[in-house]
Write a new protein. Structure first.
Lengths: 447, 406
């Protein structure tokens, strides 16, 4: 038990990591009692070398191409409980450490540069989050679909920085979508690159630049080329994370008579142009704009294939994305709370700490109440999602609260610091900008 | 394992409570709102049924679960979480108050005083008073939220306590069989000297002075009690007669950790009733088209209704959380206050906004929305006002004493 707890991420970076990896994989696994997914992930995610990807590819190639592998739904405990499993708690703690030690200090630079650094993305890749989303049979470490685990991860990363969290989780969302809806052949073709040695940038592009955008009715369209085969995509996608580096995009486009579907679009596709789209916030995610002007993709770019038996449901995609955005809002809102408490206790005015005044203290109390409320809404929606239950209402309620209360918390965070909150010496102005994204974004991340 | 649905174990109980709300409360809701101070005799039958269930009638009731929980300790914190009497109570209270909060407050033998006796009474007191209807008298004309400032006094004369003072806002003060009266043994010693006493009706010197006419919860009687050299036996003190200044108020206030989630649950029930009714009215008027996923793409009324529903859902989950913590013996003062603060303000905002959204018909006495919007306000006041709850939360978060953050 103590050994497991001591097996922390910081020990898995740098020189100690190289020392660890000199041990053979199986010995290490045995020594660390790596059985459950979250334990495996710490091991797997840290493994430097090619064993993982080789195993993954081997596992994949054993399967018939038409035979996709999905993560199964969770059963649900049947008892009201807010206690994460031991594995989830360990995962959450690891993410919290990573956010505190890596993301918080990298946030300002990424915000200024409107791009995450390669170094941060590589460090994040070592966390193995993509592998957690891939079933074991496909070379990953995932067992069942755990939206709760995903929201715990998203919350903690966002406590470090929402923009960087979005960048880190962006390829994970692509992996999740391929696992959930891809054909067997697409899984074999696309998944191994996410299980390799390096961070594989990719993004799930849903959002379009128009007011009152309805994510289940995108205007981006896909037109079948009856003669030459393949598809031509027309339209625009906005605020796409990692746009300048992503190798693969999953683009939502309407297929006439069928409805919205996801298309695999590689960055070198003719007819696709990519521009940076620096915005109010989430700058650390490296946001960009995709223009699809008759972008040509092959037949098999249609995720899940053309058959009526495909399991894709754009509503579920949108709902699960909103749950994950809710979790990002919770994390940043918690960061605001953590930051303002010591500040208002230390800041003196009229001869005493400003926190001695109800007008200040009650604002802090309200932040705490609303953060907890947002968290419960997000976790309820995530719990329903992993059980495969209807989530539309729960996700919509979570989005509503996380957008409105999250923004209020962002605003109050700046207000509580007064003029100091308005300058970049303090992170609250960045959190204010980032929290405005909730309620704007669709897609990009998944629970 | 994180799971936020109503536990399987309580689904029958919740259904039962909902059935009472639909079949017993709603049909007489307006009648006793209009006939203030008239005793809702329909509740006698209901109380008898609840007593029967509590005495082992078979179905799991909230109070039975509470009894169970006191004797079973095999489930502790960790992966084997416990769903017990506190959670059962808030879930069933949400349903009952979805029906009518005033009536729920005046179910015979379910008074706040009953909760106090159950929590801190001696076996003898429980045996003698457990089957009676006990109200709770704390507030005085000059001591509301500041319950440490109460001036009602108790002094021991021979084998009797002699109590003097005036108590106001006593819920079920006229209908109850006995009253738990908070009084000080020595006003100069502050909170530590405040004790509570079981005062049966008919005690010499106890008088119900008047009944109040109220904004809402009119089915529930609210009384002013006068105690003039009121005498009760020495053994009628609840808890110890010793004045322990080191322990301050903790004992007395601890009751609130269990009762605040219950009042929060009442607010959740009323608020849910209002949003459900508003949705029904607005759908009938074709003002909402039921875009569950993106309601803001529809009418302003639909977007607003969705916002209100989200607020109600937050209040509900915070309430369930605080009760779940109590069931698992996790200190929950802050969470109980968070739930009470959120549910109290949400209930008032939501019911009032629903009246506004639905217009004239909802403002008239022809619809219960009118009544719920009046009933709601007390839920942000009694059992600790919004402001008191925020003080509890803020002091804890900021590490402040009651002297620093006043």
């Amino acid at each position: 038990m103590t050994k497991r707890r001591g097996f922390s991420l910081e020990r898995l970076s740098g020189a100690p990591l190289r020392a660890l990896t000199r041990l053979s994989g199986s010995d290490l696994a045995a020594r660390l009692h790596l059985r459950d997914p979250a334990r495996k992930i710490l091991y797997h995610g840290a493994r430097v070398g090619t064993q993982a990807i080789k195993a993954g590819v081997a596992a994949v190639s054993k399967r018939a191409p038409s035979d996709p592998t999905r993560l199964s739904a969770s059963k649900g405990a049947g008892k009201f409980d807010l206690t994460p499993t031991d594995d989830q708690a360990m995962m959450r703690d690891s993410m919290r450490r990573f956010a505190g030690e890596v993301l918080q200090s990298a946030a300002r630079a990424a915000d200024d540069a409107a791009s995450p650094s390669d170094e941060v993305l590589e460090q994040a890749h070592a966390l193995g989050l993509a592998a957690l989303a891939v079933p074991e049979a496909l070379g990953g470490v995932g067992a069942e679909r755990s939206s709760i685990t995903q929201v715990l991860i998203a919350e903690e990363l966002s406590r470090g920085d929402m923009g960087l969290a979005l960048a880190i989780l962006s390829p994970v969302a692509v992996v999740q979508a391929i696992v959930e809806w891809g054909t067997g052949a697409q899984q074999q073709d696309l998944l191994p690159r996410f299980l390799g040695d390096h961070f594989a940038p990719a993004a799930l592009a849903i959002l379009e630049p128009r007011p009152l955008f309805d994510p289940v009715a995108p205007r981006t369209g896909a037109v079948r080329d009856a003669k030459g085969g393949g598809w031509a995509l027309w339209g625009e996608k906005s605020l796409v994370p990692l746009a300048s580096r992503a190798e693969t995009f999953l683009v939502a486009a309407d297929v006439k008579g069928v409805g919205p579907r996801l298309f695999v679009v590689h960055r070198d596709t003719p007819g696709l142009s990519i521009e940076p789209e620096p915005s109010m916030g989430l700058r650390g995610a490296g946001l960009g704009h995709l223009k699809l002007e008759g972008a040509r993709v092959p037949d098999d770019a249609l995720l899940g294939g053309p058959g009526a038996d495909n399991s894709f449901d754009v509503g579920v995609l949108v709902d699960r994305a909103r749950i994950a955005w809710g979790a990002l809002a919770v994390g940043t809102s918690q960061a605001v709370l953590d930051y303002v408490i010591p500040y208002v206790n230390a800041r003196q005015a009229f001869g005493e700490p400003i926190s001695n005044r109800q007008s200040v203290a009650f604002l802090v109390a309200d932040i705490a109440i609303e953060v907890e409320g947002m968290r419960l809404l997000v976790q309820r929606a995530a719990s329903l999602a992993e059980q495969g239950k209807g989530i539309t209402r729960a996700a919509s309620l979570a989005r509503q609260q996380c957008a409105s209360k999250g923004m209020k918390i962002g605003s109050d965070g700046v207000q509580l610091l007064g003029g100091h909150g308005f300058i970049k010496e303090h992170p609250v102005e960045r959190w204010y900008r980032n929290l405005r994204a909730i309620g704007v974004f669709e897609g990009g991340v998944l629970a | 394992m994180i799971y936020l649905e109503t536990p399987k174990r309580f689904r029958a109980l919740v259904e039962q409570a909902h059935g009472i709300a639909v079949n017993v409360f709603r049909p007489i809701s307006r009648k006793y709102d209009l006939a203030e101070h008239e005793y809702p005799k329909e509740l006698d039958l209901l109380a008898a049924i609840i007593d029967g269930v509590n005495d082992g009638g078979g179905a799991a009731s909230a109070s039975q679960l509470q009894k169970e929980d006191k004797t079973t300790t095999e489930e502790t914190a960790g992966s084997t979480t416990k769903n017990g009497g506190n959670l059962a109570t808030v879930l069933s209270m949400m349903e009952l108050c979805w029906g009518d909060v005033g009536l729920a407050l005046t179910i015979p033998r379910q008074g706040l005083g009953n909760a106090a006796v159950a929590a801190v009474g001696t076996p003898e007191q429980k045996a003698k008073y457990g089957k009676r209807w006990i109200s709770m008298a704390i507030t005085e004309p000059n001591a509301g939220s500041d319950s440490a400032a109460i001036r009602t006094s108790a002094r021991l004369v021979g084998d009797e306590w002699v109590i003097n003072g005036e108590k106001i806002f006593v819920t079920a003060g006229a209908r109850s069989d006995a009253v738990v009266v908070w009084a000080t043994l020595d006003a100069s010693l502050g909170r530590a000297a405040i004790k509570s006493f079981l005062v049966p009706k008919g005690s010499p010197g106890l008088k119900v002075a008047r009944l109040d006419h109220k904004l809402g919860i009119r089915a529930s009687d609210t009384a002013t009690l006068l105690l003039e050299d009121c005498r009760v036996p020495k053994e009628n003190i609840l808890g110890s007669a010793e004045i322990d200044t080191t322990k301050s108020f903790a004992g007395a206030m601890k009751t609130f950790d269990n009762t605040r989630p219950v009042v929060a649950a009442m607010a959740c029930g009323v608020a849910r009733a209002a949003v459900e009714r508003a949705r029904e009215i607005l759908e009938k008027a074709q003002a909402v088209r039921g875009n569950e996923r993106s309601p803001w793409l529809g009418s302003a009324a639909e977007a607003e209704l969705c916002r209100l529903e989200a607020e109600v859902e937050v209040a509900r989950l915070l309430t369930m959380k605080s009760a779940w913590m109590a069931d698992n013996r996790v200190p929950n003062s802050v969470e109980a206050s968070m739930a009470k603060a959120k549910a109290g303000r949400v209930c008032t905002e939501v019911t009032l906004r629903c009246v506004e959204l639905c217009g004239a018909a909802a403002y008239a006495e022809t619809d219960l929305l009118e009544k719920w919007a009046r009933d709601a306000k007390i839920l942000d006041i009694f059992e600790g006002t919004q402001q008191i709850q925020l003080l509890v939360v803020a002091r804890r978060l900021l590490g402040k004493s009651s002297g620093e953050l006043r």
